[in-house]
Design a protein around this ligand. Structure first.
Ligand SMILES: NC(=O)c1ccc[n+]([C@@H]2O[C@H](COP(=O)([O-])OP(=O)(O)OC[C@H]3O[C@@H](n4cnc5c(N)ncnc54)[C@H](O)[C@@H]3O)[C@@H](O)[C@H]2O)c1
Length: 376
């Protein structure tokens, strides 16, 4: 198989079946919606366990579409996943499903390894055996670890510093080994922080928005000097489609941005926008500094020339993206989020039972105790 061969994504008439894992979560739900809307002749299967951070309400705009199907299930269950691939002729996999919250990973590192590594291996095996044409493995900038005096390109070593990034680094090694050993068509992406509608409130931007909506102060861990690069979610889904269409097999693509904000600066901007303040002195009263988490990396500046050479670049400005995000949380916070938002849900949402189709696998316990661990 040639690593240079382009995938015929532009042929909208062709009939492809796409599996998106974790499609009821933040980024996965935007990916599903984008695929369903852009490729009406493709069949989009959203496989999600419906963990605490997910919601089928994220998919409301596409749930009635003929080319969309939701299946509730766990990527860690080989029997279930093998049956899924045996009963659907899957051409493309976008693998988003993961445990994603760094702070939780300190409480239950083994669970992060189980879902993020074992789950990836289960999927890779099933996908390889059934002859999938593209496996886009979604990884993260966090695998680069502690910031150095230069930006990270794809050849920089992995130096993960927390259980989440260790599990993601391990998972991408596993994925790339399937290319090396079996020439299974894997491509890995590592993106900067993503923000936008649908993100669960444990992550920094929705957490600050949500606190401010409740007239509470933004809680900033440590000095707040740590910074993050923020990409709007629509730009990231475009990047994934670019990689699908033009990416080289067995390669890694950074998905980056120059939009960098220190956490205190982020809080200041959100406070000004949401509380209608203009004076810095007024803003200070809305910030509270709390204990830092362990191993807080200072930031992950990326060199992303490689994906830019494929024709992708971020298009949504910070001003536009954050405005859309705030508006979404203002309009949706009452039905999607809990009023007290900082405890992860221990049970799937009621909407979890409304699925378009259920595989004939009734014996599988789809509610393993993952979420219970996360609430401890
Ligand atoms: N959000 C970011 O800033 C960011 C940045 C870079 C990379 N990523 C990566 O992108 C992917 C998606 O991130 P997100 O922010 O949308 O996460 P998220 O936590 O919002 O969504 C994860 C989804 O995976 C599902 N899931 C968890 N365990 C599962 C299992 N065992 N079986 C099936 N489904 C399961 C959850 O129910 C949820 O819907 C992750 O792999 C993450 O590492 C995220």
């Amino acid at each position: 198989m040639s690593g240079n061969k382009h995938f015929a994504i532009s042929d909208k008439e062709s009939d492809k079946t796409v599996l998106v894992t974790g499609g009821a979560g933040f980024i996965g739900s935007h990916m599903v919606i984008s695929l369903v809307e852009k490729y009406p002749n493709w069949h989009i299967i959203n496989l999600d366990k419906l963990d605490y951070c997910s919601s089928l309400k994220n998919l409301a705009s596409v749930e009635q579409r003929a080319n969309y199907m939701f299946i509730q299930g766990d990527v860690c269950c080989p029997y279930f996943i093998n049956r899924l691939f045996a009963t659907h002729n899957i051409d493309i996999v976008f693998h988003f499903a993961a445990q994603t919250h760094v702070e939780n990973s300190f409480q239950c590192p083994a669970e992060f390894m189980r879902v993020n590594v074992d789950g990836t291996l289960v999927l890779l095996n099933a996908a390889r055996d059934s002859g999938v044409q593209r496996f886009i493995h979604i990884s993260t900038d966090e695998v680069y670890g502690e910031r150095t005096n230069r930006s990270f390109d794809e050849l920089c070593p992995r130096r993960p510093t927390n259980p989440y990034s260790v599990s993601k680094a391990t998972a991408e090694c596993a994925a790339l080994s399937y290319w090396t050993k079996h020439k299974f068509p894997v491509i890995v992406t590592r993106s900067n922080n993503v923000y936008g509608p649908h993100q669960y409130v444990e992550k920094v931007i929705p957490r600050f928005i949500s606190l401010l909506q409740q007239n509470k102060k933004c809680t900033i861990q440590g000095s707040g000097l740590q910074s993050r690069h923020f990409l709007y979610v629509d730009d990231v889904t475009e990047a994934f489609l670019t990689v699908l269409e033009k990416g080289m097999l067995g390669e890694i693509y950074n998905i980056g941005t120059t939009c960098e904000l220190a956490v205190t600066q982020l809080a200041r901007e959100l406070i000004k926008m949401m509380q209608g303040l203009s004076q810095d002195s007024d803003v200070d009263g809305w910030m509270e500094f709390v204990e830092d988490r362990p191993c807080q990396d200072l930031g992950y500046p990326l060199i992303f020339d490689k994906i830019q050479r494929l024709g992708w670049r971020p298009m949504v400005s910070w001003e536009e993206g954050i405005r859309k995000t705030i508006d979404w949380y203002k309009e949706n916070s009452h039905d999607w989020l809990d009023t007290e938002v900082f405890e992860p849900r221990s049970q799937p949402l009621p909407g979890a039972k409304r699925m378009n189709q259920q595989l004939e696998i009734n014996s599988i316990d789809q509610h393993s105790d993952t979420s219970a661990h996360l609430t401890e």
